[in-house]
Design a protein around this ligand. Structure first.
Ligand SMILES: [Zn+2]
Length: 159
C-alpha cells in the first residue's frame, strides 16, 4: 500500500509555475491528483476527523480558500441581518447611532450572570444563528462597544 502511494506521488510531481502543459496533460494531471487524494484518504481514514480535514485543506488550497471566502461572506451577511433587526431596523447602535459594523454587537438587555461565558457566546456566529433561528427573541439590542462598556461600568458602580 505504501509503495503504491509512493508510486502515485512520484507520478504526480508538482509542476513548476513556468512549465507549459497541454490541456490533455492538465486533464490527466487532474485525474492523477484525484486518485492520489483517494489513496491518501485511505491511508488517513483512521486519523481524527479534524486532522483529516486539515490534510484535505492542505492538499486542496484553492478549494479551501474558496470555501473560506464563502463562509466569511455568509457570516458577515448573518451578522448584518441580526444587528439590523436589533438596531430597530437600522444597522447602528440603538444608543448613539454608531454605524461602523466592526464596533457593533448584540447586547443582552437584562443580561448578567456568568459574564465571561456569555461574552464569549455573544461574539460567536452560533449566537447570531441562534437568534435568527429563534425568530429574534426579545430582550436584545444592538450596541456599540463604547455603549457596552458604559453599560458595564454603570452596572458595576451600582453593585
Ligand atoms: Zn453607541
Amino acid at each position: 500500500m505504501e509503495s503504491e502511494l509512493e508510486k502515485m506521488l512520484e507520478a504526480y510531481k508538482p509542476l513548476d509555475e513556468t512549465t507549459v502543459v497541454s490541456s490533455a496533460e492538465k486533464a490527466s494531471r487532474y485525474l492523477r491528483k484525484q486518485r492520489l487524494w483517494e489513496a491518501i484518504r485511505q491511508e488517513i481514514k483512521d486519523y481524527p476527523k479534524a486532522l483529516q480535514m486539515k490534510l484535505y485543506r492542505a492538499s486542496h488550497p484553492e478549494k479551501a480558500y474558496a470555501a473560506y471566502l464563502r463562509q466569511k461572506d455568509s457570516h458577515k451577511q448573518l451578522k448584518v441581518e441580526v444587528l439590523t433587526h436589533y438596531g430597530n431596523q437600522k444597522l447602528a447602535c440603538v444608543q448613539c447611532g454608531e454605524d461602523r459594523v466592526a464596533c457593533l454587537s448584540i447586547d443582552h438587555i437584562e443580561g448578567g450572570g456568568n459574564k465571561q461565558r456569555k461574552g464569549k457566546l455573544r461574539a460567536s456566529t452560533a449566537f447570531y444563528r441562534w437568534l435568527k433561528r429563534e425568530g429574534y427573541p426579545e430582550g436584545y439590542q444592538t450596541l456599540c462597544m463604547n455603549d457596552q462598556f458604559v453599560k458595564r461600568f454603570e452596572r458595576e458602580e451600582h453593585n
